[in-house]
Ligand binder design. Structure first.
Ligand code: ZN
Length: 380
């Protein structure tokens, strides 16, 4: 996410803080300062925020742990003032699994609240409903209240809150995934408007939350359009099979000739059948400009790329392409170059696939209609 800084790593997951989180801390310090409080009170307030930040981190790690249970890695976690975002490499295909991943975060805060309540109750204290609403009490009580509010906020059925995912997962058990997303995103935007409107008359902080939810809902809507169809398709069914390759000793001039004769993609660089690297189109033009067309391919190619196994599923392959920040990757079968997977040919494949799906759905609907017309008794 933009405007985020890395602050650490837990179990291989990068931990980031979003700029707005610092705004919140600055806001708290400002409130204390403008209220004429002393330094100790201000630091107490700031340290409280840091502990809350710890709870939000645990919340996100809850998501990450559930995702790992279903075999999905978490790329990074970003902390925002009203919660955090764990960026998973993908959402589990099964909506029920997505449901568990979404619920795992709030469950952590619920557990923290439970533990705190136990601690408070065992020392003879308690927490009243008035305290809950007025945000009143000592350090532990207020921490408990924050965790209760974190559960409540995150279960609001709007993206990017967990409640939005829960809603989508529940819808997706009955509807097509994309439609479920669209409906959930629309409900999310409706709720964002309610937040913003309520903020106008009550707490301006709600306007900020409304804005955040609005943009989050939009992002989520545009995100999974690629998600459902690529699940079980193997790379070998999509890749380009006729591939122009270069040898490490070829020159960039040779590459240019290939381009002029019609090759539009990156070049796998091979020795025999063995892939050594990838000469990207950008790499080619950049090196020609810097060192001329006599430059050897081996000096201009990218060596940091990994090849895709032809039996890998398309979704994981797309993650690899995205991670290496390139437009294509060589595909190998039993160690030998078998093809090239490019974003363009994946895009083409998906658009054809969705056209086929649509045609299939239409013919199925027609068939159902026909069956319905012919024998209305069959439908009970
Ligand atoms: Zn969450």
């Amino acid at each position: 996410m933009r405007w985020s800084w890395k602050i650490g790593e837990v179990a291989g997951i990068g931990l980031y803080i979003h700029a707005t989180f610092w705004l919140l801390i600055a806001f708290v310090l400002f409130l204390n300062w403008s209220g004429g409080r002393n330094l100790l009170t201000a630091l107490y307030a700031a340290s409280f925020i840091l502990v809350v930040f710890g709870c939000i981190t645990l919340h996100e790690l809850g998501h990450a742990a559930a995702a790992r249970y279903f075999g999905v890695r978490t790329r990074d976690i970003t902390l925002l003032p009203i919660g955090g975002l764990a960026r998973l490499e993908r959402m589990p295909d099964d909506p029920i699994q997505e449901l568990w991943v979404a619920l795992a975060g709030p469950a952590v805060n619920l557990a923290i609240a439970g533990l705190l309540y136990g601690a408070i109750a065992s020392s003879g204290g308690g927490v009243s409903l008035d305290q809950l609403i007025a945000f009143d009490g000592d350090f532990l009580t207020r921490l408990l209240i924050v965790n209760v509010w974190l559960v409540a906020f995150n279960m609001v059925p709007a993206f990017p809150m967990d409640g939005g995912r829960v809603l989508r997962a529940l819808l997706a058990t009955r509807l097509d995934y994309r439609r479920a997303t669209r409906i959930a995103a629309r409900i999310g935007r409706g709720i964002a408007c309610v937040f913003a409107l309520a903020g106008l008359f009550t707490d301006p902080f709600l306007i900020f939350i409304g804005l955040f939810v609005w943009t989050g809902a939009g992002e989520e809507d545009s995100l999974p359009s690629m998600h459902p169809p690529v699940g079980n398709i193997a790379v070998q069914n999509v890749m380009l099979r006729e591939v122009r390759t270069l040898r490490p000793d070829d020159t960039l001039g040779d590459a240019v000739n290939q381009v002029l004769s019609g090759w539009r993609e990156d070049f796998p660089v091979v020795f025999g059948d063995h892939v050594l690297g990838l000469l990207t189109r950008e790499g080619m033009t950049r090196s020609i400009a810097q060192t001329g067309p006599e430059t050897r391919v081996r000096d201009a190619m990218r060596r940091d790329i990994s090849s895709i196994d032809s039996r890998l599923n398309l979704e994981q392959a797309l993650v690899m392409i995205r991670e290496c920040n390139c437009r294509s990757l060589p595909v190998v079968h039993e160690g030998r170059l078998a093809g090239l997977l490019t974003l363009d040919n994946v895009g083409e494949f998906l658009s054809i696939q969705s056209a086929l799906l649509q045609a299939d759905r239409k013919s199925r609907e027609k068939k159902e209609e026909d069956i319905g017309r012919r024998s209305p008794d069959a439908i009970i």
